[in-house]
Design a protein around this ligand. Structure first.
Ligand SMILES: NC(=O)c1ccc[n+]([C@@H]2O[C@H](COP(=O)([O-])OP(=O)(O)OC[C@H]3O[C@@H](n4cnc5c(N)ncnc54)[C@H](O)[C@@H]3O)[C@@H](O)[C@H]2O)c1
Length: 252
């Protein structure tokens, strides 16, 4: 029997996009390695996928800001599977503070999770992908990378813009090694955590009324785009940035 392709997803055990991506890739037939800084939730998601899909899914507690942990997880994948077909960098962190009042800790933490973490996983995954002359990386950025509507989130915007630059250069360096690298910039994507932060009528009122399709984004919408970008129909797509915002934040 042919081995299933392997996909590593970071921050996969939260309330939103990461878990939807892990679930969608499992449904697409991938052997998904579930990782997240939160160990218990990570274990729970791997157990749920195993029950839902009737095969074993592995998990690792992984803080993407800790390069030694990243190296260990990718090293274990190399040792046990010999290949990594897909890497999805989903980890993100943000704290709302105006630039004039932003603490250095906020700035550094945000750059660390959103940009440095993405760099660490790519640095360690790319040699394995290059060796196999095959691989796809999808980096989850944000419309904050190019919009002014995200005031008080300068660290997040800067980090997510950095992710786009990192994506493009890595794509240029790796296309001829058989590796594609793309980024996605979601607009507002509903999840249970955000629902606690925003007022009750935010999603059903303001956010829905701005969306050109009359509803807010769902984690599964982003997961569907990831599925396309890692699948066989996107072989000519690399170095690209895909927006997904219900038409609220078009760019191009
Ligand atoms: N939800 C949105 O509206 C939206 C919009 C644009 C972009 N994004 C981006 O999409 C991604 C997913 O966001 P989401 O809102 O769906 O949340 P999510 O639930 O998918 O992600 C949150 C998860 O990140 C994990 N995490 C935090 N720090 C980590 C670290 N250092 N290492 C590993 N894991 C860590 C948390 O444990 C949590 O499980 C993020 O990169 C975010 O910036 C989200």
């Amino acid at each position: 029997m042919q081995e299933r392709p392997t996909a590593l997803v970071t921050a996969a055990a939260g309330a939103g996009i990461g878990a939807a991506i892990a679930t969608r890739l499992a449904s697409d037939g991938f052997d998904v390695i579930v990782t997240d800084v939160h160990e218990r939730r990570c274990q729970e998601l791997a157990a749920k996928l195993s029950a839902d899909f009737g095969r074993e899914f592995t998990h690792h507690a992984l803080d993407v800001t800790d390069e030694a942990q990243v190296e260990a997880v990718v090293g274990e994948i190399a040792a046990t599977k010999g290949r990594l077909d897909v890497l999805v960098n989903n980890a993100g962190w943000s704290k709302i503070e105006p630039v004039a009042e932003m603490s250095s800790d906020t700035w550094r933490r945000c750059l660390d999770v959103d940009l440095n973490g993405t760099f660490y996983t790519m640095r360690h995954a790319l040699p394995l992908m290059q060796k196999n002359k095959s691989g796809v990386i999808v980096n989850i950025s944000s419309i904050a990378a190019y919009e002014t509507s995200t005031e008080h989130g300068a660290a997040y915007s800067a980090a997510k813009a950095g992710v786009l630059a990192l994506t493009r250069v890595a794509a240029a360096e790796n296309g001829r090694h058989g590796v594609r690298v793309n980024a996605i910039t979601p607009g507002l994507i509903y999840n249970d955590f955000l629902r606690k932060i925003y007022p009750d009528d935010f999603f059903s009122g303001y956010a829905e009324s701005r969306s050109l399709v009359g509803r807010v984004g769902r984690p599964e919408d982003v997961a569907g785009l990831v599925s396309f970008l890692v699948g066989p129909d996107s072989g000519y797509v690399t170095g690209e940035v895909y927006g997904i915002s219900g038409g609220v934040h078009p760019h191009g």
